[in-house]
Ligand binder design. Sequence first.
Ligand code: ADP
Ligand code: MG
Length: 332
Amino acid sequence: MGSITLKGVRKSFGGVDVIPGIDLEIGEGEFVVFVGPSGCGKSTLLRLIAGLEDVTSGQILIDGRDVTTAAPVQRGLAMVFQSYALYPHMSVRKNIAFPLKMAKMAEAEQAARVERAAGILNLTDYLDRRPGQLSGGQRQRVAIGRAIVREPEAFLFDEPLSNLDAALRVNMRIEISELHKKLGTTMIYVTHDQVEAMTMADKIVVLRAGRVEQVGTPLELYHKPVNTFVAGFIGSPNMNFIGGEVAARRNAHTIGIRPEHWVVSRESGRVKGRVTVSEHLGSDTYLHVTLDDGTHLVVRAPGEFPVTYGEELWLTGAEGQVYRFDEKGMAI
Ligand code: ADP
Ligand code: MG
């Protein structure tokens, strides 16, 4: 239960192809993250799956059943948005039970499902409060509870953590991952944050301008990006790209080396540059280095790495960690 298939799904708004055509298989129980820059069509794709938008052409199947023209309620999916959209005058209990009440479910079954969801989300002690008396993280859990009680085939999350502060985002990220493990239900999670994608996903779908650039596990995308877009998007800080003579020496148009894949030396190396900024995090030092030809690089040195502004350093790409790309940006 909960497999989702997209076949040639296309969406245009007023003649503009926002999604030119997507084919995708989402397996039962998978945690799939759609990631890509703002405006690339993530929310539109999720809304098409949910039935909140009509496809221009193509097919959507849930468990092999064609739902392309089915109304949202007939698809058995539950969506959680960035804005919690809770009813402020209702208790947590009533907020969570709301979709069940709308579906005219028996009161006793409603109560049992709310209790179960509250238990899973650690909200049992808060059921009689109102949303205004909860923290941001608790409110988002109530919104998730409202999705859980419906016992959907799949959960659809659209940037659910964007409104939370950084520390809370990390906590909620872990909570949602744990929730997936507990429920085993298919989840599609949309974010522009590649760290969320890397840490949560079984499978990542990288989108650019409404097209799928690459599908894979987090580590497949990290180790074998198909092009410069995916290579630059996955990994933090971003991969460094170098063209010109340095790339030509390796028979490539562009080479890519991640910040964590440089060997730093004061004596010798492949390329020479000057330190313009150093960021000391304690665990690591990030060195911003400008090469003689003006190329700007970010280099991670483990631990504390004392440097002075303007100091000259030699850098070498670690063996086996240099990515090569052709003039179209495709991996070679
Ligand atoms: P994302 O969620 O990745 O930031 P969206 O799916 O919201 O991107 O939007 C993708 C593109 O589709 C954007 O260019 C946006 O302006 C356009 N778009 C989204 N919804 C509509 C709409 N209802 N009408 C017209 N254009 C839209
Ligand atoms: Mg969006």
